[in-house]
Design a protein around this ligand. Sequence first.
Ligand SMILES: NC(=O)c1ccc[n+]([C@@H]2O[C@H](COP(=O)([O-])OP(=O)(O)OC[C@H]3O[C@@H](n4cnc5c(N)ncnc54)[C@H](O)[C@@H]3O)[C@@H](O)[C@H]2O)c1
Length: 388
Amino acid sequence: MNRKEFITDITMAGTAAMIIPIVAKVNLFGTGIQRKLRIGVIGCGSVAGMYLPHLTKSQYVEVVSVCDIKSERAKARAAEFKVPNHYGHIDQMLEGAEFDLFVNLTDMQEHGRLNKQALLKGKHVWSEKPLANTYKEGNDLLQLSKKQNVRLWGAPAVVNSPQFVFMAKQISEGKLGKIAAAHGRYGHLGPSWSAFFYEKLGGSLPDLGVYNLTTLSGLLGPVKSVMAMTNILTPQRTVDDKGTIKVEEEDNASVLMEHYNGAISHVMCGFNYFDPYGHEGSGQDKPTVSVIGTRGAMHLIGYDWMPFAVEMATLENEESRKFALDTGYYAWEEGASVVSKAIIENYEPLINVEHSLHVLEIIEAARKSQNTGRRIQLKSKFPYSIIK
Ligand SMILES: NC(=O)c1ccc[n+]([C@@H]2O[C@H](COP(=O)([O-])OP(=O)(O)OC[C@H]3O[C@@H](n4cnc5c(N)ncnc54)[C@H](O)[C@@H]3O)[C@@H](O)[C@H]2O)c1
Protein backbone atom coordinates (compact mmCIF):
# COMPACT_ATOMS: atom_id res chain seq x y z
CA MET A 1 0.00 0.00 0.00
CA ASN A 2 1.46 3.39 -0.90
CA ARG A 3 1.29 6.46 1.30
CA LYS A 4 -1.77 7.92 -0.43
CA GLU A 5 -3.71 4.67 -0.20
CA PHE A 6 -2.80 4.40 3.47
CA ILE A 7 -4.13 7.85 4.27
CA THR A 8 -7.25 7.20 2.19
CA ASP A 9 -7.71 4.17 4.41
CA ILE A 10 -7.26 6.33 7.49
CA THR A 11 -9.80 8.89 6.35
CA MET A 12 -12.26 6.23 5.19
CA ALA A 13 -11.83 4.22 8.36
CA GLY A 14 -14.36 6.28 10.32
CA THR A 15 -17.13 4.98 8.05
CA ALA A 16 -15.65 1.54 7.36
CA ALA A 17 -15.06 0.72 11.02
CA MET A 18 -18.77 1.04 11.71
CA ILE A 19 -19.51 -1.79 9.27
CA ILE A 20 -16.57 -4.20 9.52
CA PRO A 21 -14.02 -3.89 12.30
CA ILE A 22 -10.63 -3.80 10.58
CA VAL A 23 -8.03 -5.82 12.44
CA ALA A 24 -4.48 -5.15 11.37
CA LYS A 25 -1.50 -7.32 12.09
CA VAL A 26 0.53 -5.68 14.82
CA ASN A 27 4.05 -6.88 14.34
CA LEU A 28 5.49 -5.18 17.42
CA PHE A 29 8.96 -6.30 16.48
CA GLY A 30 8.53 -10.00 16.34
CA THR A 31 5.64 -10.62 18.71
CA GLY A 32 3.24 -11.12 15.78
CA ILE A 33 0.18 -10.03 17.80
CA GLN A 34 -2.99 -9.83 15.67
CA ARG A 35 -4.72 -6.61 16.65
CA LYS A 36 -4.75 -2.86 16.28
CA LEU A 37 -2.03 -0.80 17.92
CA ARG A 38 -3.32 0.33 21.31
CA ILE A 39 -2.57 3.95 22.18
CA GLY A 40 -2.44 5.89 25.43
CA VAL A 41 -2.45 9.68 25.00
CA ILE A 42 -1.12 11.89 27.79
CA GLY A 43 -1.88 15.63 27.72
CA CYS A 44 -5.42 16.58 26.75
CA GLY A 45 -4.89 20.28 25.98
CA SER A 46 -4.82 22.25 22.74
CA VAL A 47 -2.79 19.93 20.48
CA ALA A 48 -4.75 16.85 21.63
CA GLY A 49 -7.66 18.45 19.80
CA MET A 50 -5.69 17.94 16.56
CA TYR A 51 -4.11 14.54 17.33
CA LEU A 52 -7.20 12.71 18.57
CA PRO A 53 -9.33 13.23 15.43
CA HIS A 54 -6.40 11.97 13.30
CA LEU A 55 -5.64 8.95 15.50
CA THR A 56 -9.25 7.90 15.99
CA LYS A 57 -9.76 7.85 12.20
CA SER A 58 -6.84 5.47 11.63
CA GLN A 59 -7.81 1.87 10.92
CA TYR A 60 -4.54 0.71 12.52
CA VAL A 61 -5.08 2.37 15.85
CA GLU A 62 -7.25 2.02 18.91
CA VAL A 63 -7.01 4.87 21.42
CA VAL A 64 -7.59 3.03 24.70
CA SER A 65 -6.68 5.70 27.26
CA VAL A 66 -6.35 9.42 27.71
CA CYS A 67 -4.67 11.09 30.68
CA ASP A 68 -4.18 14.62 32.02
CA ILE A 69 -3.18 15.97 35.42
CA LYS A 70 -6.20 18.23 34.93
CA SER A 71 -8.40 15.14 35.15
CA GLU A 72 -11.52 16.94 33.94
CA ARG A 73 -9.73 17.46 30.60
CA ALA A 74 -9.03 13.72 30.28
CA LYS A 75 -12.67 12.97 31.09
CA ALA A 76 -13.91 15.47 28.50
CA ARG A 77 -11.57 14.18 25.74
CA ALA A 78 -12.59 10.58 26.56
CA ALA A 79 -16.26 11.52 26.11
CA GLU A 80 -15.57 13.55 22.95
CA PHE A 81 -13.58 10.77 21.21
CA LYS A 82 -15.26 7.72 22.79
CA VAL A 83 -12.06 6.61 24.53
CA PRO A 84 -12.90 3.87 27.09
CA ASN A 85 -10.42 4.88 29.85
CA HIS A 86 -9.35 8.21 31.29
CA TYR A 87 -6.87 8.95 34.07
CA GLY A 88 -5.59 11.89 36.11
CA HIS A 89 -1.99 10.67 36.54
CA ILE A 90 0.62 8.88 34.42
CA ASP A 91 1.09 6.18 37.10
CA GLN A 92 -2.61 5.30 36.86
CA MET A 93 -2.47 5.17 33.07
CA LEU A 94 0.65 2.98 33.06
CA GLU A 95 -0.94 0.61 35.61
CA GLY A 96 -4.35 0.74 33.92
CA ALA A 97 -5.64 -0.56 30.57
CA GLU A 98 -2.86 -2.17 28.47
CA PHE A 99 -1.52 -0.17 25.52
CA ASP A 100 1.46 -0.25 23.12
CA LEU A 101 2.28 3.35 22.12
CA PHE A 102 2.55 6.27 24.55
CA VAL A 103 1.68 9.58 22.83
CA ASN A 104 3.01 12.50 24.85
CA LEU A 105 1.24 15.84 24.30
CA THR A 106 2.07 17.49 27.63
CA ASP A 107 4.08 20.63 28.54
CA MET A 108 7.56 20.73 26.95
CA GLN A 109 9.25 20.55 30.38
CA GLU A 110 7.47 17.24 31.19
CA HIS A 111 8.37 15.28 28.06
CA GLY A 112 11.69 13.71 29.09
CA ARG A 113 10.47 12.57 32.51
CA LEU A 114 7.18 11.11 31.26
CA ASN A 115 8.76 9.49 28.17
CA LYS A 116 11.26 7.74 30.47
CA GLN A 117 8.48 6.36 32.67
CA ALA A 118 6.68 4.98 29.60
CA LEU A 119 9.86 3.42 28.15
CA LEU A 120 10.60 1.78 31.51
CA LYS A 121 7.14 0.17 31.26
CA GLY A 122 8.01 -1.18 27.79
CA LYS A 123 5.88 1.25 25.75
CA HIS A 124 6.80 2.64 22.35
CA VAL A 125 6.88 6.45 22.54
CA TRP A 126 5.79 9.24 20.20
CA SER A 127 6.53 12.58 21.83
CA GLU A 128 5.62 16.11 20.89
CA LYS A 129 8.70 18.30 20.59
CA PRO A 130 11.11 18.35 22.23
CA LEU A 131 11.30 14.66 23.16
CA ALA A 132 13.56 15.65 26.07
CA ASN A 133 14.92 18.90 27.45
CA THR A 134 18.58 18.27 26.69
CA TYR A 135 20.48 16.25 24.10
CA LYS A 136 21.91 14.08 26.87
CA GLU A 137 18.50 13.33 28.33
CA GLY A 138 17.19 12.54 24.83
CA ASN A 139 20.11 10.27 24.03
CA ASP A 140 19.66 8.46 27.37
CA LEU A 141 16.02 7.87 26.35
CA LEU A 142 17.15 6.46 23.00
CA GLN A 143 19.57 4.05 24.73
CA LEU A 144 16.80 3.06 27.15
CA SER A 145 14.38 2.41 24.26
CA LYS A 146 16.98 0.10 22.66
CA LYS A 147 17.45 -1.75 25.92
CA GLN A 148 13.68 -2.14 26.27
CA ASN A 149 13.34 -3.22 22.61
CA VAL A 150 10.77 -0.50 21.88
CA ARG A 151 10.81 2.53 19.60
CA LEU A 152 11.08 6.26 20.32
CA TRP A 153 10.16 9.12 17.98
CA GLY A 154 9.68 12.88 18.31
CA ALA A 155 7.74 15.60 16.47
CA PRO A 156 7.71 17.46 14.15
CA ALA A 157 6.60 15.45 11.12
CA VAL A 158 7.73 18.03 8.51
CA VAL A 159 9.88 15.54 6.56
CA ASN A 160 6.65 13.72 5.58
CA SER A 161 5.22 16.54 3.48
CA PRO A 162 5.27 16.07 -0.32
CA GLN A 163 6.93 19.49 -0.57
CA PHE A 164 9.81 18.46 1.71
CA VAL A 165 10.20 15.26 -0.31
CA PHE A 166 10.26 17.29 -3.57
CA MET A 167 12.90 19.72 -2.24
CA ALA A 168 15.07 16.94 -0.85
CA LYS A 169 14.95 15.14 -4.21
CA GLN A 170 15.99 18.26 -6.16
CA ILE A 171 18.97 18.65 -3.85
CA SER A 172 20.03 15.00 -3.95
CA GLU A 173 19.69 14.94 -7.78
CA GLY A 174 21.96 18.00 -7.99
CA LYS A 175 19.33 20.27 -9.64
CA LEU A 176 20.45 23.21 -7.50
CA GLY A 177 24.16 22.52 -7.93
CA LYS A 178 26.30 23.04 -4.85
CA ILE A 179 24.10 24.31 -2.00
CA ALA A 180 25.45 27.56 -0.54
CA ALA A 181 22.75 29.00 1.68
CA ALA A 182 19.30 28.47 3.15
CA HIS A 183 16.91 30.37 5.34
CA GLY A 184 13.77 29.60 7.35
CA ARG A 185 11.50 31.75 9.48
CA TYR A 186 8.55 31.03 11.69
CA GLY A 187 6.85 33.13 14.33
CA HIS A 188 3.62 34.45 15.70
CA LEU A 189 2.59 36.48 18.74
CA GLY A 190 2.92 33.51 21.10
CA PRO A 191 0.45 31.07 22.67
CA SER A 192 -2.00 32.68 25.10
CA TRP A 193 -3.23 29.56 26.93
CA SER A 194 -0.31 28.04 28.88
CA ALA A 195 2.63 29.47 30.84
CA PHE A 196 5.02 26.60 30.03
CA PHE A 197 5.82 28.08 26.62
CA TYR A 198 7.58 30.97 28.42
CA GLU A 199 9.01 29.19 31.47
CA LYS A 200 12.53 27.69 31.79
CA LEU A 201 13.11 25.03 29.10
CA GLY A 202 10.15 26.34 27.15
CA GLY A 203 10.93 29.08 24.63
CA SER A 204 10.47 29.78 20.94
CA LEU A 205 13.35 27.54 19.80
CA PRO A 206 11.87 24.18 20.90
CA ASP A 207 8.32 25.34 20.16
CA LEU A 208 8.71 27.11 16.79
CA GLY A 209 12.34 27.10 15.59
CA VAL A 210 12.29 23.30 15.82
CA TYR A 211 10.26 23.12 12.56
CA ASN A 212 12.73 25.07 10.39
CA LEU A 213 15.72 23.48 12.15
CA THR A 214 14.32 20.04 11.26
CA THR A 215 13.54 21.10 7.68
CA LEU A 216 16.92 22.73 6.98
CA SER A 217 19.02 19.99 8.60
CA GLY A 218 16.79 17.45 6.82
CA LEU A 219 17.44 19.15 3.46
CA LEU A 220 21.10 20.18 3.87
CA GLY A 221 22.33 17.46 6.21
CA PRO A 222 23.86 17.37 9.69
CA VAL A 223 25.18 20.58 11.25
CA LYS A 224 28.82 20.95 12.26
CA SER A 225 28.68 24.19 14.23
CA VAL A 226 26.21 26.81 15.43
CA MET A 227 26.27 30.52 16.30
CA ALA A 228 23.20 32.26 17.60
CA MET A 229 21.68 35.30 19.20
CA THR A 230 18.60 34.97 21.36
CA ASN A 231 16.82 37.34 23.72
CA ILE A 232 13.62 38.09 25.57
CA LEU A 233 11.76 40.89 23.87
CA THR A 234 8.57 40.77 25.95
CA PRO A 235 9.54 40.15 29.60
CA GLN A 236 5.97 39.72 30.88
CA ARG A 237 3.01 37.85 29.42
CA THR A 238 -0.56 37.19 30.46
CA VAL A 239 -1.69 33.61 29.93
CA ASP A 240 -4.92 31.76 30.67
CA ASP A 241 -3.59 29.23 33.20
CA LYS A 242 -1.37 31.46 35.39
CA GLY A 243 -2.28 35.11 34.71
CA THR A 244 0.66 37.53 34.41
CA ILE A 245 4.00 35.72 34.33
CA LYS A 246 7.70 36.51 33.88
CA VAL A 247 9.14 35.24 30.58
CA GLU A 248 12.19 33.09 31.39
CA GLU A 249 13.20 31.58 28.03
CA GLU A 250 14.00 33.20 24.66
CA ASP A 251 11.06 34.62 22.71
CA ASN A 252 13.28 35.86 19.88
CA ALA A 253 16.05 33.84 18.19
CA SER A 254 18.36 33.86 15.17
CA VAL A 255 20.48 30.75 14.57
CA LEU A 256 23.32 30.35 12.06
CA MET A 257 24.31 26.79 11.13
CA GLU A 258 27.31 25.47 9.22
CA HIS A 259 26.44 22.14 7.62
CA TYR A 260 28.99 19.41 6.85
CA ASN A 261 28.36 19.95 3.09
CA GLY A 262 29.61 23.56 3.42
CA ALA A 263 26.22 25.27 3.23
CA ILE A 264 25.46 27.98 5.81
CA SER A 265 21.83 28.25 6.83
CA HIS A 266 19.86 30.59 9.04
CA VAL A 267 16.68 30.14 11.09
CA MET A 268 14.78 32.94 12.79
CA CYS A 269 11.84 32.35 15.10
CA GLY A 270 9.97 34.04 17.91
CA PHE A 271 6.85 34.89 19.83
CA ASN A 272 6.86 38.56 18.72
CA TYR A 273 6.20 38.15 15.02
CA PHE A 274 3.24 39.88 13.47
CA ASP A 275 1.57 37.21 11.35
CA PRO A 276 -1.59 38.08 9.44
CA TYR A 277 -2.38 34.33 9.20
CA GLY A 278 -2.57 33.80 12.99
CA HIS A 279 -1.62 30.73 15.01
CA GLU A 280 -3.53 28.37 12.66
CA GLY A 281 -1.73 29.79 9.63
CA SER A 282 -4.88 29.64 7.47
CA GLY A 283 -4.31 30.99 3.97
CA GLN A 284 -0.54 31.40 4.36
CA ASP A 285 0.75 31.35 0.78
CA LYS A 286 4.14 33.08 1.06
CA PRO A 287 7.58 31.45 1.06
CA THR A 288 9.05 30.73 4.51
CA VAL A 289 11.98 28.47 3.60
CA SER A 290 14.53 29.18 0.84
CA VAL A 291 17.45 27.12 -0.44
CA ILE A 292 20.03 28.58 -2.83
CA GLY A 293 22.68 26.73 -4.79
CA THR A 294 25.09 27.39 -7.68
CA ARG A 295 22.62 26.17 -10.34
CA GLY A 296 19.21 26.99 -8.85
CA ALA A 297 17.08 28.26 -6.00
CA MET A 298 13.84 27.09 -4.47
CA HIS A 299 11.33 28.44 -1.99
CA LEU A 300 8.79 26.53 0.07
CA ILE A 301 5.36 28.18 -0.09
CA GLY A 302 3.43 28.17 3.20
CA TYR A 303 4.93 27.02 6.50
CA ASP A 304 7.07 23.90 6.44
CA TRP A 305 4.53 22.27 8.78
CA MET A 306 1.69 23.18 6.36
CA PRO A 307 3.23 23.71 2.91
CA PHE A 308 1.38 24.18 -0.38
CA ALA A 309 4.01 24.26 -3.13
CA VAL A 310 7.65 24.80 -4.02
CA GLU A 311 8.79 27.61 -6.32
CA MET A 312 11.97 26.81 -8.22
CA ALA A 313 14.22 28.34 -10.87
CA THR A 314 17.34 26.65 -12.26
CA LEU A 315 20.00 27.38 -14.88
CA GLU A 316 18.03 25.17 -17.31
CA ASN A 317 14.65 26.78 -16.46
CA GLU A 318 15.36 30.31 -15.33
CA GLU A 319 11.73 31.34 -15.09
CA SER A 320 10.43 30.56 -11.60
CA ARG A 321 7.76 27.84 -11.63
CA LYS A 322 5.65 26.22 -8.95
CA PHE A 323 6.02 22.49 -8.26
CA ALA A 324 4.63 19.98 -5.73
CA LEU A 325 1.22 21.64 -5.72
CA ASP A 326 -0.49 18.51 -4.40
CA THR A 327 -0.39 18.58 -0.60
CA GLY A 328 -1.55 14.94 -0.55
CA TYR A 329 -2.90 13.75 2.76
CA TYR A 330 -0.01 15.14 4.79
CA ALA A 331 -1.08 16.84 8.02
CA TRP A 332 1.33 18.20 10.63
CA GLU A 333 -0.50 16.30 13.38
CA GLU A 334 -0.04 12.93 11.63
CA GLY A 335 3.19 11.85 13.39
CA ALA A 336 1.71 9.41 15.92
CA SER A 337 -0.60 7.88 13.27
CA VAL A 338 2.29 7.44 10.83
CA VAL A 339 4.63 5.76 13.33
CA SER A 340 1.74 3.52 14.44
CA LYS A 341 1.46 2.21 10.89
CA ALA A 342 5.24 1.79 10.77
CA ILE A 343 5.15 -0.31 13.95
CA ILE A 344 2.33 -2.47 12.57
CA GLU A 345 3.97 -3.01 9.19
CA ASN A 346 7.49 -3.15 10.61
CA TYR A 347 9.20 -0.57 8.42
CA GLU A 348 11.20 2.58 9.11
CA PRO A 349 9.22 5.82 8.72
CA LEU A 350 10.98 8.95 7.38
CA ILE A 351 10.93 10.53 10.84
CA ASN A 352 14.13 9.50 12.58
CA VAL A 353 14.86 9.84 16.28
CA GLU A 354 18.55 10.63 15.71
CA HIS A 355 17.46 13.56 13.55
CA SER A 356 15.21 14.79 16.41
CA LEU A 357 18.15 14.47 18.82
CA HIS A 358 20.43 16.38 16.43
CA VAL A 359 17.89 19.23 16.33
CA LEU A 360 17.79 19.15 20.14
CA GLU A 361 21.56 19.53 20.18
CA ILE A 362 21.29 22.50 17.77
CA ILE A 363 18.80 24.19 20.14
CA GLU A 364 21.08 23.65 23.14
CA ALA A 365 24.07 24.88 21.12
CA ALA A 366 22.17 28.03 20.07
CA ARG A 367 21.50 28.86 23.72
CA LYS A 368 25.09 28.12 24.66
CA SER A 369 26.33 30.37 21.83
CA GLN A 370 24.14 33.20 23.12
CA ASN A 371 25.41 32.70 26.68
CA THR A 372 29.11 32.47 25.76
CA GLY A 373 29.34 34.56 22.59
CA ARG A 374 31.13 31.58 20.98
CA ARG A 375 30.65 29.30 18.00
CA ILE A 376 29.56 25.86 19.29
CA GLN A 377 30.70 22.58 17.68
CA LEU A 378 28.13 19.77 17.56
CA LYS A 379 28.80 16.08 18.24
CA SER A 380 25.70 14.31 16.93
CA LYS A 381 24.74 13.33 13.38
CA PHE A 382 21.81 11.44 11.83
CA PRO A 383 21.30 9.23 8.75
CA TYR A 384 21.37 11.54 5.70
CA SER A 385 19.99 11.93 3.12
CA ILE A 386 16.44 11.38 4.28
CA ILE A 387 15.02 11.05 0.74
CA LYS A 388 17.14 8.85 -1.51
N1 LIG B 1 -1.14 23.78 20.52
C1 LIG B 1 -0.62 23.60 19.32
O1 LIG B 1 -1.13 24.09 18.30
C2 LIG B 1 0.62 22.76 19.17
C3 LIG B 1 1.02 22.43 17.88
C4 LIG B 1 2.12 21.59 17.71
C5 LIG B 1 2.78 21.13 18.81
N2 LIG B 1 2.41 21.49 20.07
C6 LIG B 1 3.16 20.95 21.23
O2 LIG B 1 2.29 20.10 21.97
C7 LIG B 1 2.64 20.12 23.36
C8 LIG B 1 1.43 20.53 24.17
O3 LIG B 1 1.03 21.83 23.75
P1 LIG B 1 -0.48 22.35 23.97
O4 LIG B 1 -0.59 23.61 23.20
O5 LIG B 1 -1.44 21.26 23.70
O6 LIG B 1 -0.44 22.69 25.52
P2 LIG B 1 -1.67 22.70 26.52
O7 LIG B 1 -1.25 23.46 27.71
O8 LIG B 1 -2.90 23.13 25.81
O9 LIG B 1 -1.84 21.16 26.89
C9 LIG B 1 -0.90 20.45 27.67
C10 LIG B 1 -1.66 19.52 28.59
O10 LIG B 1 -0.75 18.64 29.24
C11 LIG B 1 -1.20 18.47 30.58
N3 LIG B 1 -0.07 18.04 31.41
C12 LIG B 1 1.03 18.74 31.75
N4 LIG B 1 1.86 18.01 32.51
C13 LIG B 1 1.26 16.80 32.65
C14 LIG B 1 1.62 15.61 33.33
N5 LIG B 1 2.76 15.51 34.04
N6 LIG B 1 0.80 14.55 33.26
C15 LIG B 1 -0.37 14.63 32.57
N7 LIG B 1 -0.77 15.74 31.89
C16 LIG B 1 0.04 16.81 31.94
C17 LIG B 1 -1.74 19.83 30.97
O11 LIG B 1 -2.61 19.75 32.08
C18 LIG B 1 -2.43 20.25 29.68
O12 LIG B 1 -3.80 19.87 29.66
C19 LIG B 1 3.83 21.08 23.47
O13 LIG B 1 5.01 20.33 23.38
C20 LIG B 1 3.69 21.96 22.23
O14 LIG B 1 4.94 22.49 21.83
C21 LIG B 1 1.32 22.29 20.28
